[in-house]
Design a protein around this ligand. Structure first.
Ligand code: MTE
Ligand code: MOS
Length: 816
């Protein structure tokens, strides 16, 4: 019915397809920025699988791309400011907002008692009050908000209010919460086999603990919302959110109006990384409430410090393991306990911790296993989604276990990892019962070979033998990451496609663009279906009145879900157009072919625009909706059994580092990555996701350290004290290969999700650091190192290891 506009066209443009095993650093830019109607190459620019630049690439660089704060400000706009608590846990004995309300330029002040309806913006379960009501439960919880003529006046006024507290005892850490039995949700256990008996029988056994820090999202655009009242009590909200539908629903609930009275619009986010999956609701709701109260538009934009303080982060975790294994390093049984700091409310902590449990196997077969997950309630801001969504923390636990086994046995950690990978008879089911069909073992072998692991391991040993203070280390770690929301109902998507009578196309779907390239990928799919250039397909802002009841753009499934829904919608229009063209040209609709902006039947051809016009003349609808639900998945939440994911996205990385044992400073010398994107919809975008995800993961495990004081105050709330990676921290030698095998599952054009999995490839950097530290004491030494492995921690680890080796009373019993 249509000509494929796939790889052959990409080749005609001189853009080679990347083959697996081929190393390459750069992708040629696409011929023209397909940002404006008609500017794309009509014949080729719509090809799926082609390395096309991000649709906003030029706009991002020139500053033309508009974010919420760049929108033209409506007349009468007010600015909001939120006053926050000064205590981690206290009764509010006095809250006098009178002086704030009387301050110059103030139009409204709202606190809990002034709300028309709900005071809760909990996304899944209640527990996230918009404004504290009588008690504050974490430092910098919102107390009330002020709307004034300028942001400055609002801020000044807010600080005039009088707040008095009576302190209550606060629980701040995972350890305290565990000791006091303080949880946001009940403890969960996943089990297979008989781990107690298998542990008791195992020839060897090790126990240990790892603590992992959280992570600040540090999106470039902070949290922001602008609410504009419309007639009849309706509200339009511009929000920087990954979840427009949820913001719509929560705004409606706090205003006490039906969902249909609220529209949420999102053109793009300046990064979300999970930090805008639930968190934007607070700000959107406050802006909407103040707009409702004053009848004027209200904008609420946080400054960086407030943003870092008010919003939840990646969960920090403590992992305790007890592992039994044989002399070859194969795991017989594992008893793993994960405990995370959830903060004050459930937010997304249920699914985040579930995902940690489901990734505590990573790519390894665990015959007998218990995974216990404690979801600790603390008087800190509620932690939330962050790229990987608990998966990284689960994987860190098992990767440490394998590294410890290897060092205990004096074997190469890669050998021990390989020995435990899924594969072989009876060794291909996860602890929750899903079959692993991916050949991670093959990928690991391919990467080890391609990256010269064995030769470099030897070279590093030689270097270390000859170097007293500088030590090098290397590590290879795999990633196997489940793709789908574990909440089965969320795996659905809608789209709405319009073709206009000049042949131009409007593509609406429920996904949000946050820099990850979703819009260009879905547009490629639609352009391919209709056989038009990418320049003909415009994706306007995501809006809840175009495509309703959507899941967040999250779980890496944005292009899987929205790509399929948009494909369904575009196909519906195409088949109507095929009928029109067949009638006009004489022939059957099945013979009609769409491609290159033309509609062909045999030797005759019409412009796509001409066919659109003909269809309109014949009173044929040029709009269609599309709907998609992920097939095959089913999940028994109570028993932790089933197939929660459609498939796994897999990859592997080798990292090599050099540490200075006198200062703890280090460099990442080289990184080799092999990552499976299926038959990538857009290898240029996917490469960016792999590189960016890896570097973000590296930040989490190396330099990004969150620090709270004993009063529960976050000390690291600005780039001056919180160190994210910069371009100078990107590995000196960074070799990324996309493995482009077609997805086994019927995903959109057989591509695979790529948004989150590469972050976890950075676990190889953490283990390369451990390897380098271990070199201080010879092979069998196991360093004590928690994450993030800041230079300070690396230095302390080196010194601890040296003390262990030197001291006569050194503690050698706990570790090999
Ligand atoms: N890439 C950029 N540039 N900015 C982002 O905010 N978020 C990540 C990932 N890549 C993010 C990103 C996260 S947490 C997810 S879940 C996916 O993108 C979401 O988009 P997708 O489902 O379309 O891949
Ligand atoms: Mo991503 S953490 O699923 O938004």
């Amino acid at each position: 019915m249509r000509r494929r506009v796939g790889s052959s066209k990409a080749n005609r443009r001189g853009l080679p397809r990347r083959e697996s095993g081929q190393r390459s650093q750069r992708i040629a830019p696409s011929p023209g920025p397909p940002t404006r109607w008609g500017s794309g190459d009509q014949d080729t620019a719509g090809a799926v699988h082609a390395p096309i630049a991000h649709d906003s690439a030029v706009g991002h660089v020139t500053g033309e791309a508009r974010y919420v704060d760049d929108l033209p400000e409506p007349r009468d706009l007010l600015h909001a400011y939120v006053r926050l608590s000064d205590r981690a846990h206290a009764r509010v004995t006095r809250l006098d907002v009178g002086p704030a309300a009387a301050a110059p330029g103030v139009a409204a002040v709202m606190a809990a008692r002034d709300l028309p309806a709900s005071n809760d913006v909990g996304p899944v379960l209640p527990g996230d009050p918009l404004f504290a009501d009588g008690v504050v439960e974490y430092w910098r919880q919102s107390l009330f908000a002020v709307a004034a003529e300028s942001a400055e006046l609002a801020r000044k006024a807010a600080h005039l209010a009088v707040v008095e507290y009576e302190d209550l005892p606060a629980i701040l850490t995972v350890e305290e919460a565990l000791a006091r039995g303080s949880f946001v949700l009940p403890t969960q256990v996943m089990r297979r086999g008989d781990p107690e008996a298998a542990l008791a029988r195992a020839p060897r056994r090790l126990q240990g603990r790892l603590t992992m820090g959280g992570q600040e999202h540090f999106y470039l655009e902070g949290q922001v919302a602008m609410a504009v009242p419309r007639e009849g009590g309706d509200m339009l909200v511009y929000s920087s959110t990954q979840n427009p539908s949820e913001v719509q629903h929560l705004v409606a609930e706090v205003l006490g109006v039906p969902h249909s009275a609220v529209v949420v619009e999102v053109r793009r986010l300046g990064g979300g990384f999970g930090g805008k999956e639930t968190q934007p609701a607070l700000f959107a709701c406050i802006a909407a409430l103040l707009a409702w109260r004053t009848g004027r538009p209200v904008k609420l934009r946080l400054d960086r410090d407030d943003d870092m303080i008010i919003t939840g982060k990646r969960h920090d975790f403590v992992a305790d393991y007890d592992v039994g294994f044989d002399g070859g390093g194969r795991i017989r049984a594992l008893d793993l306990t994960l405990a995370s700091r959830c903060g004050i409310s459930p937010d997304l902590s249920g699914p985040v911790n579930d995902r940690a449990m489901m990734h505590a196997d990573n790519a390894y077969y665990l015959p007998h296993v218990t995974i216990t997950s404690h979801r600790c309630k603390t008087n800190t801001v509620s932690n939330t989604a962050f790229r990987g969504f608990g998966g990284p923390q689960g994987m860190m636990a098992i990767e440490l276990v394998l590294d410890e086994i290897a060092r205990h046995l004096g074997r190469d950690p890669l050998e021990v990892r390989q020995r435990n990978l899924y594969g072989g008879r009876g060794r291909n089911h996860t602890p929750y019962g899903m079959e692993v069909e991916d050949d991670v073992s093959g990928m690991v072998a391919e990467l080890a070979h391609g990256a010269d692991y064995a030769a470099r391991r030897e070279a590093i040993a030689r270097f270390n033998a000859g170097s007293v203070w500088l030590k090098r280390g290397i590590a290879l770690t795999p990633v196997k990451f489940g793709i789908a929301f574990t909440a089965t109902a969320m795996n659905q998507a809608g789209a709405l496609v319009h073709v206009f009578t000049d042949g131009s196309v409007h593509l609406n779907h429920g996904g949000t663009e946050m820099g990850q390239g979703l819009f260009v990928k879905v547009a490629q799919v639609v352009a391919d279906e209709l056989g038009v250039g990418l320049g003909s397909v415009k994706t306007p802002a995501t809006s809840t009145d175009k495509v309703p009841n959507t899941p967040p753009t999250a779980a890496s499934s944005g292009s899987d879900l929205n790509g399929k829904a948009a494909q369904v919608a575009a196909r519906a229009i195409r088949s109507r157009l095929a009928r029109c063209a067949a009638e006009h040209l004489g022939g059957s609709p099945e013979q009609v072919v769409f491609g290159g902006g033309k509609v062909r039947l045999g030797k005759r051809a019409l412009d796509f625009a001409e066919v659109a016009r003909l269809a309109h003349q014949s009173r044929v609808s040029l709009s269609a909706t599309g709907f998609y639900r992920t097939p095959k998945i089913q999940w028994d939440k109570k028993r932790y059994r089933g197939r929660p994911f459609l498939y796994f996205a897999c990859g592997a990385a080798v990292s090599e580092v050099e540490i200075d044992t006198l200062t703890g400073e280090y460099r990442v010398r080289r990184v080799d990555i092999l990552h499976d994107c299926g038959d990538s919809l857009n290898p240029a975008i996917d490469r960016g996701q792999v590189e960016g995800g890896f570097v973000q993961g590296m930040g989490w495990l190396t330099t990004e350290e969150l620090w709270w004081d004993e009063a529960g105050r976050l000390g690291t709330h600005a780039p001056s004290t919180y160190k994210i990676p910069t371009c100078g921290d990107v590995p000196e030698d960074f070799r990324v290969t996309l493995r482009r095998t077609r997805s086994r599952e019927p995903t959109v054009h057989r591509s695979k999700a790529v948004g989150e999995p590469p972050l976890m490839l950075a676990i190889s950097v953490f283990h390369a650091l451990r390897d380098a530290i271990a070199a201080v004491g010879g092979e069998r030494q196991s360093p004590r190192l928690d994450a993030p492995a800041t230079p300070e921690r690396v230095l302390l680890s080196v010194e601890e290891l040296r003390a262990r080796l030197d001291g006569p009373s050194a503690d050698r019993s706990a570790r090999p």
